[in-house]
Design a protein around this ligand. Structure first.
Ligand code: SF4
Length: 63
């Protein structure tokens, strides 16, 4: 189990997070990433890590 957060100030709305882990991320009405599941079970961690690595703004943190 890990916790995932998006730094809203860093996010510039490119949408990679949702593409890599739609169970964890969605986009808001302006296209910025939002976390829909803060506590993620182990089976969703690889997708969340892929999203973190893909995020061009390094806005995603896994804790
Ligand atoms: S991939 Fe990063 S910059 Fe793009 S919407 Fe998601 S958090 Fe924001």
């Amino acid at each position: 189990m890990k916790k995932v957060v998006i730094d809203a100030a860093a996010c510039d709305g490119q949408g990679y997070c949702k593409r890599f882990a739609p169970e964890v991320f969605d986009l808001d009405e302006w296209g910025y990433g939002k976390v829909i599941r803060e506590e993620i079970p182990d089976e969703l961690v690889p997708g969340a890590e892929a999203a973190m690595e893909a995020c061009p703004m390094q806005a995603i943190k896994l804790l």
